[in-house]
Design a protein around this ligand. Sequence first.
Ligand code: ADP
Length: 490
Amino acid sequence: MRIAHIASECAPFAKTGGLGDVVGALPIAQAELGHEVSVWLPLYRQVWQAMDKLGIKPEIALDPFTIDLGFNRYQVGVLRVFLPGSLVPLYLVGSDPHFDRAEIYSKAKDGSDDGIVRYSLFVRAAMEGMKKLWQPPDVLHAHDWHTALAPMALRWDDPKDWVFNHTVSVLTIHNASYQGMYGSGAFVHLGLPRSAFGRTEWRGAINLLKGGVEAADAITAVSPNFARELMTPGGGFGLNPVFARRWQSVIGIVNGIDPKVWNPKVDTKIPHQYSVEELAKKRDNRRELLQIAGMNPDDPGFVVGAVGRLTEQKGYDMLFPVMHDLVNQGVRVIMLGSGDSRHEDSLHYFSSSAPGRFWGYVGFQDNLAHLIEAGTDSFVMPSRFEPCGLNQLYSLAYGTPPIVRRVGGLADTVTGYNGSNRWDASGFVFDEPSPFALRDTIMWARHCYHDPNLWTQLVRNGMTQDWSWHHSAQTYMNVYERVRAFRGIK
Ligand code: ADP
């Protein structure tokens, strides 16, 4: 089967979160199953930087061509590289005025940015590129609102482009809280016929995610629990009636881990590689991390790590009110993240008010993220919502039992220790979104940590689970096949 992924992130070239990890890994897993897979990504400034760092030289895939959209004509170019360690081509759509910027995404959340122009141009140019390369895919797989125009274009373009007659569309929802909402005047940028206006509009605005959900042949959510949550008022972020209307086409598939990148046996971003048989080496990573964090490396006390975007979603505002309480009781905390300035300020504040017990690094630092997974005793994710979550999967693989809230994919992937399930449990789970529930669960984890036999068992349970992409990649293939059969396409 020929599959084209079209997305706004793809690790290691452009990543702000889990979406990048998924788009960097799933296509390779699908190619390993014997399929012809390609990925399309905007040529951001960050992509040039990543190529420089990795020593990758792109080649010209297509001569510059023009795209007419709205009232404008844009010139774009397409370069090609390969996803590292694979033969999966990554096509990079270049338009400097749109993608050569300091940040991948604009910080504006009110629709005042030009995201709809940037990503409409990207989707239209990528689809034109597929045509020019004579590679119409069997499955066009879009991810989140940025590329939701792809299923809309396939379904609603008028006249339809016969080149895509045999193409079905899949839209994966990685995060429903970002929907791509713009004023209704922005509809012209999509290049869709007027008849599609009502399908893209939601509660007075153009809503790209809504349009994609209406148009896609199948919708996948990044965990079964998240798929259910999308249809509830609390989990659908206002789009729950739209998801509920399409409930038969919404399928939850848990993300996997890239075994070449997030695997303590081969991870070159940590100083000491280790496996479940060599847990002493995990302690060597711990020593190095504690030294970097200005903490006593010989202190055997419990060390908790956290890595993530500092946004409302991640629930760190539940951690900060109990931070002094935790560190006063001997828990040490290491955090890495960037995002909302009030959270960044909290990291600075605790670093200066509790040195040696709290260390917060503000920024995006991939190597440090790996070392925190490897070097802490437990990893905390108190998320308010979490479609899938990858960090808890990395924690399981790195022998760092996660402390998570029972939401979304966290509920699907972590089994909490309850005092009597030591052979099955892989971490610690709490329900109530409150600082006290979080604090009590961290203290419960610390209590368990001081029982070495129990702790080693929990570590082993997590490390011996298989979260590789293989299984999920196969499930995606089953979805593609079902959709093609449903549409009567062989
Ligand atoms: P989300 O997609 O909601 O951001 P996930 O847990 O699915 O959350 O994935 C987060 C990914 O982004 C992980 O690979 C994590 O290591 C990485 N990440 C997040 N923040 C940072 C940061 N400040 N520095 C380095 N890596 C980060």
